[in-house]
Write a protein that binds this ligand. Sequence first.
Ligand SMILES: CC(=O)SCCNC(=O)CCNC(=O)[C@H](O)C(C)(C)COP(=O)(O)OP(=O)(O)OC[C@H]1O[C@@H](n2cnc3c(N)ncnc32)[C@H](O)[C@@H]1OP(=O)(O)O
Ligand SMILES: O=CC(=O)O
Ligand SMILES: [Mg+2]
Length: 531
Amino acid sequence: MSVQLPQGVEILAPLTPEFESILSADALAFVAKLHRKFEGTRRELLARRLLRQAELDAGRLPDFLPETAAVRAGNWQIAPLPADLLDRRVEITGPVERKMMINALNSGAKSFMADFEDSNCPSWENQISGQINVRDAYRKSIAFTSPEGKQYALNDTIATLILRPRGWHLMEKHVKVDGEIVSGALFDFALSFFHNIHYLVGEGRATYYYLPKMESHLEARLWNDVFVFAQNELSVPQGTIKATVLIETILAAFEMDEILYELREHSSGLNAGRWDYIFSCIKKFKNNKDFCLANRGAITMTVPFMRAYALLLLKTCHKRQAPAIGGMAALIPIKNDPVANEKALGGVKADKDRDAGDGYDGGWVAHPGLVPVAMEAFSAVLGDAPNQIGKQRDDVVVKASDLLNFQPEAPITEAGMKLNIDVGIQYLGSWISGNGCVPIHNLMEDAATAEISRAQIWQWIRSPKGVLDDGRKVTQELFAAFHAEVVADLKAKLGSRWTRQYEDAARMFAELTSSDDFVEFLTLPGYDYID
Ligand SMILES: CC(=O)SCCNC(=O)CCNC(=O)[C@H](O)C(C)(C)COP(=O)(O)OP(=O)(O)OC[C@H]1O[C@@H](n2cnc3c(N)ncnc32)[C@H](O)[C@@H]1OP(=O)(O)O
Ligand SMILES: O=CC(=O)O
Ligand SMILES: [Mg+2]
């Protein structure tokens, strides 16, 4: 290692010369500064999550906060948006893999969320090469030659880059400061900001983030404090950073105004992160005997609690002159089956038509082949206007009870349960092998969608309402029998692709489901399996 490590910093992973360009002494000193200043608060906020969970377990339902009523009633707006964030009618997302980043930037989408989170397996290799790719993408020098010799380079017109760091709960185990492992969120933010902000400001540009999985406005305040500190430290104007918050936990849904308010100088709106949102509902109410959701496939954006959440997000954003960005339909193009492909594209179109018609300013797609359908849906409503932030939804009235109206409860079926096991094992097997986003049964699966699959089974086993449509109660024994069947089927189907990683995944899935202690995120034990 030729890097002179700053005092107190340790790196517990191999460094190639290219990696050293990211893990420079100055960059690591910046990581260490953020760690020393903010790690204590991060831990307090995570501890607070556990206290909130205990309150929920004791039967105290969430509600809009009395102590922040003045924020909700106040007449304030977020700071004006930069020009390149005004039109976000189609946003493509994807992991920070080099070829995919080029394809995403060239896809015709208005923006591209480069993802260190749900769609990324956070191996050391992926994290640091992801930072290299981000650096090269900002400088428009990113290029790639595939093993087959296909050349990739950027078009003249590309999507605006937005970066999603890991959530507050994840760690970067390969870097220690003063003997403590650093936060993945701070690590991803610090390196991307340190290496690129002066270049971007020099070009008259700014830097944009997506902030995942927050559970309260205090967690948003922490991000805002990090931004203020980082901008001061690197002597760039306040407000150079803009961040869109994913509302993807049930508790954050009760604090949307407050989250926008905390970040108002740095806000670029909210996004409806539907998959983690469903997961969060299951996680937070898993011990409530009245709560039990139907098969994953039945929980669509039009069921009552999802509709209430989507409309409240839209209304809240536009009241504050903030963009409301829709989430991801998990449908993806289907090769070699034109009929099924048409159906998938039609599903995405319907999803975007609904969001655009409601008043959303844009929406996510998972694949370049979906950009045209999403563009068509939003452009049909927006026309030449960059967005519809001016469209106020005063007609929308969402009460706490609407957000908590958890229907449907049926059907729960043997097929639905086996599909959850199948998807969970296949996804974990891929994740442990280094790939955080995969097509399974013609749907995009990532950490958020897989969480739903494993959390549902855990809850069905323990809920009195966890009963199959044929009358059988979901139990540990039933799960064990289905698990064995699914593993046998997958082994037969995958053949030599059933590797040690899939064996680990099958065991891990069984452990996660059998343990009475609900594991907060599957990526936490999963992280032990990757380098
Ligand atoms: C819940 C949430 O957090 S949603 C956000 C996180 N999820 C995502 O970002 C989804 C990202 N999407 C993907 O990873 C992929 O589209 C998958 C895994 C769903 C499907 O992957 P594949 O089946 O390999 O796609 P497919 O074979 O059709 O790819 C065709 C081409 O499109 C490219 N491509 C596919 N998806 C993307 C994408 N999201 N961004 C950029 N390029 C992409 C492929 O790299 C490939 O390029 P090539 O022809 O140059 O080799
Ligand atoms: O991050 C997005 C989600 O749906 O989860
Ligand atoms: Mg998510």
